[in-house]
Design a protein around this ligand. Sequence first.
Ligand code: ADP
Length: 451
Amino acid sequence: MKQRLQKIYWTGILVTLLMAAATAAGAAALRIADTRNYLTAMLEASSKWTLDTNADLQDLADSIADSSPPLRAVFLLDSGLVIADSMDSGTDSGIFHDHDPEIEAAREGKTGTAFRFSGRGGSLVLYMAGRVAPQLLLRLSYPVFETAKYLLFYGALLAVLFLVLHRLQRAEITRFAKDHERQMDEVRRLLDGEISDAEAVFPEYRPSLDSIAYRSRRLRDDREEILRTLNLRNDFIANASHELRSPLTSVRGYAEMLKEGLADTPEERELCLDMILSESGRMLEVIEDILLLSKAEKKTYRSEEMIHVRPLAEEAALSLGPGASKAGIDISCTGDMQVRAAEKDIWEILYNLTDNAVRYGKDGGYVRIVMEPGRIEVQDDGIGIAPEQIGHIFEQFYRVDETRESPAGGTGLGLSIVKAIVNGYGGRIEAESTYGEGTVFTVTFPEEVLP
Ligand code: ADP
């Protein structure tokens, strides 16, 4: 990163300096072109003037040199001998310019041009020479600019420019590099979890950081969900094994008693057989509930058919009627509601809730199945559920009375099955209870499955 910035930095400076130099060269080229045009015009004009004597030539040279911008005018003979010089008014100076390229060209009748450094003026000079009369040449010279001054000026300008650029860019690059390093450090700390607040980091990274934070949150949630599911599965296996082991142990025990002839009388043998039947029946009940629960959790609940709940409630009440009558419990159904669901699922909900209400009911009490649009309530005036227990009753294998020997004891899966079905339709199930006075289970369905 640092190296790249350095590269950009030096390239920037080089380009700027090159541009400055190109601008200076362009300005110089324009100046030279102007001067050349001017000298050409002067040469052409001079050839039209009448030239008589040396004195006239000196005057003429002086008057040409007086023009603006000031020139140096030199009249020479073809041999190169100077006969009039605006910078040297003494004629016949005896100086020869026979080898200068512009003079040689002028001798051949052309307009000679040369561009060289003159030691005398200490500057870069443009020379132009041409024939103005037979045997007479005129050379005009003009210091295009005073080289030393020019170089000094532009050199100083470039140096200042370089320094300013150097300062500016260095400061900017240093600031940028520092910012970048700090930002990267903050990002690293955020990812390492050393800081949790993405707001503290620079705004330009916000969208990416928000997205990283969102993804890591999702990953964490997914991981927790997987762990929770694994734990639930482990609990489920442990509970199911426990539920099955108890009746199986009893079955084995009674079977062994029979085999070893420990049940002597026919009554004792009858008792052993009854126990084996009831315990194996219990095992079957647990297995059936496990299968039902697993189906209820896997199933996708969707039905096109809108059904009436009332007939199903009456059917459930009828099936549970004999048991309820034994305890003097009265089951009643009031109202009706419609729901888009499979009859079997609604029956399962009603049957389980009503069965619980009867099993945990009081002798001579009541069970009411109340149906209203969008909701079903199953009310009883039974034993109720203590407040510390009510939060657990929908858990798998949870029983308020841990001793499975309780006369009302079920598998502890009924409410889990009901909840799985209700959830499958997008509904909710809630329980309200007053310990010792009764319980109300309320099932509500979402609008999508209602008329
Ligand atoms: P179970 O097969 O044991 O009835 P459930 O899942 O149906 O299992 O019920 C879980 C527990 O919730 C029961 O053990 C019981 O203690 C309590 N319960 C459920 N319904 C009622 C109710 N109507 N009145 C009192 N307690 C109830």
